[in-house]
Design a protein around this ligand. Structure first.
Ligand SMILES: C[S@@+](CC[C@H](N)C(=O)[O-])C[C@H]1O[C@@H](n2cnc3c(N)ncnc32)[C@H](O)[C@@H]1O
Length: 181
């Protein structure tokens, strides 16, 4: 996905709705550039809301995007056939089993429950579904909410990743990208 295509999706008509993607464009573009290099086949997203970031991932994944949320009736963006929406709690063993069945993934984007406990559970349950060399993204690591920030700090201190890329420029809430080893 090049910058022009990205801008078109980011600023464009998201299926006739008025919502805008709730991300800082420069921060998200930094992530997209990493994904362009990774060339992901399968992407798993936890936390879809109305489908703004899902709309970006569908342009990048060559095979499939699994998009998981507590309530998929909120999804108003027109999504393509390579997106499979899964409704349920990410901590539910049945939902974890569905995601596992459809993996492994090249990229996992964690943007669901933002408490420490849920972010930790999502990391524990879903990061093993990412292939070695794949990427795990956490959104809101600079936001004034403790969950993702504390968790990423712990992951960093544990040395459990070989690369940690955090971007939060332009007033964005910060995205950490962790390479799965
Ligand atoms: C910040 S929004 C996601 C925004 C989206 N990624 C974007 O940038 O456009 C968080 C979403 O996570 C969902 N969510 C919260 N807790 C969850 C859980 N335990 N399991 C699944 N989804 C959850 C909420 O319903 C909400 O839609």
């Amino acid at each position: 996905m090049n910058r022009k295509e990205f801008d078109q999706v980011f600023n464009g008509d998201l299926g006739g709705m008025n919502e805008k993607i709730a991300q800082d464009p420069e921060e998200l573009w930094s992530v997209v550039q990493r994904l362009n290099n990774l060339q992901p086949k399968r992407i798993l997203e936890i936390g879809v809301n109305f489908g703004g970031t899902t709309r970006i991932w569908q342009e990048i994944a060559s095979e499939l995007v699994i998009a998981l949320d507590l309530d998929i009736s909120k999804v108003t963006v027109a999504l393509s056939e390579n997106v499979r929406l899964v409704e349920g709690d990410s901590t539910d063993p049945e939902i974890i089993a569905i995601a596992k069945e459809l993996g492994p993934y090249d990229f996992l984007f964690i943007d669901g429950g933002h408490t420490y406990e849920i972010a930790r559970a999502d990391w524990n349950n879903y990061s093993p579904m990412v292939r070695p060399g794949g990427l795990i993204g956490f959104h809101d690591v600079k936001a004034p909410i403790p969950g993702p920030h504390t968790l990423v700090k712990e992951i960093r201190e544990a040395g459990a990743c070989c690369e940690l890329f955090i971007d939060g420029k332009g007033g964005g809430m910060g995205t950490a990208l962790i390479t799965r080893i």
